[in-house]
Design a protein around this ligand. Sequence first.
Ligand code: ZN
Length: 131
Amino acid sequence: MGKLYSFSINTPKEGLVNVTSLARECLMDSGIRDGLLVAFVPHTTAAVTINENADPDVQSDILLGLAKSFPPDPGFRHAEGNSAAHLKASVIGSSVTLLIEQGSLVLGAWQAIYLCEFDGPRTRKCYFKII
Ligand code: ZN
């Protein structure tokens, strides 16, 4: 089994941080030519997703859509006051799995891997495991 790669990433208040180059570094280091790469974030108000890397407006539209879908609500009971961020993180998810073929990540031309921050700024962990 491959080793666990760990990165600390400083995030903005809210936003998507492209971690694709980190994933590719791990893949190169591993020497694995054929397999799977899992990206995982061990957080409850951050997430990881795959989406467009060309037009940065897509990132802000994703954040806007999530903000409209999960607005603050006076009925939220969680005392920390960041329930909307918890909801967004759960909907987006805490891991993605990518295919590895001939030593490269299988990604569409417009795809990148993003750590999604919903309650920053913070220092977040991002893990990669390649098998
Ligand atoms: Zn909380």
